[in-house]
Design a protein. Sequence first.
Length: 172
Amino acid sequence: MELLSAAVAQLKRVSVLTSSANLANGFFFDAMALRAKTLGLRLDRIDVAAEGELDGAVARAKGGALVVVNDPSFFQDRVRIIELTRRSQVPSIFGDREYVAAGGLMSYISSNAWHWRSAASFVDKILKGAKPADSAVEQPTKFELVINLKTARALGITIPQSVLARADDVIR
């Protein structure tokens, strides 16, 4: 929320694209709603049940910005979603850098390298006799911000230097 708000001048409304088949999306939305409120943003949830609903869902976000949750059902349609956001002129943030590589505006997600190291450490402890139930739940500590400046220009957005300075990767 913060990065999208900082990147898109005078942003007032953000829509969150979720899959109605994934119950975890409700938790993500609730967490985003709390942060959006502190940023003075209106947050709308757009549930999609089938691929054919994507056009209308993205169109509903027009005039604001769009958060596309990191959901497997959306990943397979990432090129289509990006095409729709660019056509509708909807600045969007995604939960996977692959979206940005395919033409999306920006992504912000915990580091894959961190996840692999954490998983390897967890497996190592179990193989050495630790009980999984006794292991602490770890939260990611490293996040990656990727920004596509070509897409920003196409959307008429100038990404502030303060946001670009935080980026791990900038596609020019």
